[in-house]
Ligand binder design. Structure first.
Ligand SMILES: Nc1ncnc2c1ncn2[C@@H]1O[C@H](COP(=O)(O)OP(=O)(O)OP(=O)(O)O)[C@@H](O)[C@H]1O
Ligand SMILES: [Mg+2]
Length: 353
């Protein structure tokens, strides 16, 4: 009985949160409540004062539309912190907003996901940024592990689970068994690269310049990595020769062509991971399939293409963009149960790489 009460009190007082610190989007999960913040990883700064003007959705709306002294920046590039101070400011801002949902007794305990294969220096940077932003304790987990937990794969069992997390900056390919990452690969080919591929293709084929936002929209609407029902869209850009606005029609086949090299590299990278996976675990993966998470999981046709290439079943997770945050949340709600997946401290737990 007493134990029950203690549990309830602890739950009431706890302010534990899970964070998916993504290149494109940052999500905050509050223990017992779920995801309360889901916003683009963008910070708008006033360069005259050095002050943060806006964070998240508000800041993203300012991208490309700011007066000269206000710049909108993405503090994470290729899945890693490129600007330490701005990242810290962004986390601090999000923690303050999360506090609306929390009892403000102590700084929160935070589980935060990092891409697989990051260096100790990068882990320290994430840990310090989160601590300086007000966290009482910080636990680091590799994003593919958090994602696998988020989609409830049996990561603690002695079976191979394979997950591919295609985000904005990085793609993490990982095989997990017995709470550990058995094989993994992290490539800097993901949503941002595909947007840039589309920009380059349209520049060279149509001689017009389009912005990143337009590229992303057509990737989502017209992009399909396997030929299917024909699709087209009209896009506006700046004519490279006249400098004036011009409109062109692009088709799914243009976008497929634009993305083909990057998609090929993703297939190759997946194959490389499978080639070095121990046979027993490989057999598990072949029967249990590959799970796609992250925004890139929604690229049309990618599951079919992967299946055709590898002959292994491929599943697109429901709600792939929130998998890592849900996993970080499950971990913080049950820290004792997930101790072995955490990178506690780089000195305590020497990393393999
Ligand atoms: N329907 C869709 N089709 C294709 N791509 C999509 C779709 N929806 C989102 N994306 C892409 O997914 C990416 C964002 O995914 P996600 O939020 O998982 O990344 P992230 O976790 O912030 O990045 P990272 O894990 O690399 O740090 C963006 O590049 C976006 O364009
Ligand atoms: Mg991610």
């Amino acid at each position: 009985m007493f134990e029950e009460t203690k549990k309830k009190v602890r739950k009431y007082l706890s302010n534990d949160i899970g964070i998916d610190l993504g290149t494109a989007n940052t999500l905050v999960y509050i223990a017992g409540k779920g995801i309360v913040i889901n916003e683009p990883s963008v910070v708008a700064l006033n360069q005259k004062t050095g002050r943060v003007v806006a964070v998240g959705t508000q800041a993203k709306e300012m991208l490309g539309r700011t007066p000269a002294h206000i710049v909108a920046v993405r503090p994470l590039v290729d899945g890693v912190i490129s600007d330490f101070e701005i990242t810290e400011e962004m986390i601090a801002h999000l923690l303050r907003r999360a506090e609306e949902y929390l009892p403000k007794m102590l700084g929160p305990r935070v589980v935060i996901g990092v891409p697989s294969g990051v260096t100790n220096v990068e882990i320290r940077a994430v840990r310090d940024a989160t601590k300086n932003a007000g966290a009482r304790e910080v636990y680091i987990v590799e994003q593919p592990m958090a994602g696998a937990i988020g989609i409830r794969l049996p990561i603690k069992d002695p079976v191979g689970n394979m997950i591919i997390d295609i985000g904005g900056g990085t793609t993490d390919i990982a095989v997990i068994s017995l709470s550990g990452v058995v094989r993994s690969k992290n490539v800097r080919i993901a949503g941002d690269k595909l947007n840039n591929d589309i920009i380059s293709y349209i520049r060279s084929e149509f001689k017009i310049l389009i912005g990143e936002k337009t590229a992303e929209i057509i990737k989502m609407s017209v992009g399909n990595v396997v030929p299917g029902e024909p699709m087209e869209a009209s896009i506006k850009g700046r004519d490279l020769i006249t400098g004036l606005p011009r409109e062109v029609i692009i088709t799914d086949s243009d976008i497929r062509e634009a993305m083909s090299q990057s998609i090929e590299s993703l297939l190759e990278a997946t194959k490389e991971v499978l080639e070095t996976t121990p046979p027993e675990i490989l057999a598990d993966v072949m029967s249990r399939g590959i799970h796609l998470i992250g925004g890139g999981a929604l690229i049309k046709g990618l599951d079919t293409l992967l299946f055709d290439y590898l002959k292994i079943p491929v599943y697109v997770t429901q709600d792939p963009l929130t998998a890592v945050a849900r996993g970080a949340g499950i971990i913080i709600e049950n820290l004792d149960g997930f101790e072995e997946v955490l990178i506690l401290n780089e000195d305590e737990l020497p990393r393999k790489k």
